[in-house]
Design a protein around this ligand. Structure first.
Ligand code: SF4
Length: 378
């Protein structure tokens, strides 16, 4: 049989599903009755062949990157985490350097398999297929960004910050390679999750983008509103009404056989606005649709493998609050939970399966709101 990726599932790692999303912090919150560190994201590359306009870490991208901390140090810190369930590997483009793939990426994925935990990498999958084929047997979720309806969109968005002109033909070739890689990886049995952002460019095109994701054979379409953080802070913002309309249109036109995961939404069951609550009720009633609570700082920390610094997320404005050279990750997580910022979003309404807003969302839409004094209206 052609194009079958021989996955190494000997450790019995289950594929993610609408009923089983281990990245959602509500899972560990229910299990332990409090937030626990169950997920670690590692930044292993500052290199990328693209310069997307929305890139949250665009200001960290370089042409030649410094050395990384020894893999053994990272593995030891992972080993110490009592309740580790998932790892995510991000960049830059984590597969950009073949050396990084061999010396860090694959060993980290193998470590996850050996411990029975699930893994994700965030990739633009525009490089040669062989690069991804090499990784696929050890990987659970290939997470890609997909915000385009054609090669022209890709050209405009993907190289907006490149600093030099990139020929349309070059971008079109990369776009075609991305489509073909996603199809081949999906056909080969890899779980490919395509994420689209709702933003000023995409909010009226989400249904069209969704159809392309269906055609690529992806197993999941992930949808998040874009918040103009860090590098992308100059981009126009759409309002909540436009966002609600985009989601409703997408729900009306989606392929209901494909799992859709919504995340980082600015809508809550405690909202005084009935439209927000109605939208959440519609999302909850839709088959094959889930809404993920925000993992950043709830069950997950980010480790920068170049410096060892530990953050709430890879693009957060919150400074590092520890370093893996000197600190255990479980201890750093407790340190973060004691931080006033963590406290400001640490609400929980079990009946609504909600554990509070993302920090950027609170900052952007709910600066004056005390979430700890609110309750879901059901
Ligand atoms: S957990 Fe927090 S954000 Fe969610 S409904 Fe309750 S009070 Fe609102």
């Amino acid at each position: 049989m052609q194009n079958v990726i021989h996955t190494d599932r000997t450790q019995g790692v289950r594929p993610a599903s609408p009923a089983d999303d281990p990245w959602d912090p509500i899972v560990s919150l229910r299990q332990f009755g409090r937030h626990r560190l169950t997920s670690v994201e590692m930044t292993i590359s500052n290199l990328c062949n693209m310069r997307c306009e929305h890139c949250a870490v665009g200001d960290t991208l370089v042409m030649a990157e410094p050395g990384k901390l020894p893999l053994e140090m990272m593995l030891r810190r992972l080993d110490e985490i009592e309740h580790l369930q998932t790892i995510s590997i991000t960049g830059g483009e984590p597969t950009f350097s073949g050396k990084t793939v061999k010396e860090y990426l694959i060993p980290l994925l193998k470590y996850a398999r050996s411990r029975g935990i699930r893994s994700q990498i965030n990739s633009n999958i525009t490089l040669d297929y062989s690069r991804y084929e090499e990784i696929a047997p050890f990987l659970d979720v290939m997470h890609i960004s997909f915000n385009y309806t054609n090669a022209d969109d890709f050209h405009e968005v993907g190289f907006a910050k490149s600093g030099h002109p990139v020929a349309r033909e070059t971008a079109a070739r990369m776009y075609e390679r991305m489509l073909s890689n996603a199809s081949k990886l999906s056909k080969g049995g890899l779980f490919v999750s395509a994420e689209s952002m709702i933003n000023f460019r995409t909010h009226e095109k989400m249904a069209e983008i969704h159809q392309l994701i269906v055609q690529m054979g992806c197993q999941r379409h992930e949808v998040h509103p874009m918040y103009p953080s860090a590098f992308a802070s100059d981009l126009p913002v759409i309002n909540k009404e436009e966002m609600r309309r985009a989601i409703l249109h997408l729900l009306d036109h989606r392929d209901s056989s494909l799992w859709m995961l919504f995340g980082t939404l600015p809508f809550f069951h405690c909202s005084e606005e009935a439209e927000d609550r109605n939208l959440l009720a519609r999302l909850a009633a839709e088959p094959n649709v889930t809404v993920r609570n925000d993992p950043d700082g709830r069950n997950r920390l980010n480790v920068n493998l170049f410096t060892g610094d530990v953050f709430v997320t890879d693009f957060s404005d919150v400074p590092a609050f520890g370093n893996i050279r000197t600190d255990r990750l479980d201890e750093l997580f407790e340190r973060w939970l004691a931080h006033p910022l963590a406290g400001s979003v640490n609400c929980h309404c079990p009946a609504a399966a909600c554990c509070g807003p993302n920090l950027l969302v609170k900052d952007m839409y709910y600066r004056e709101v005390d979430f700890l004094a609110r309750k879901a209206i059901l």
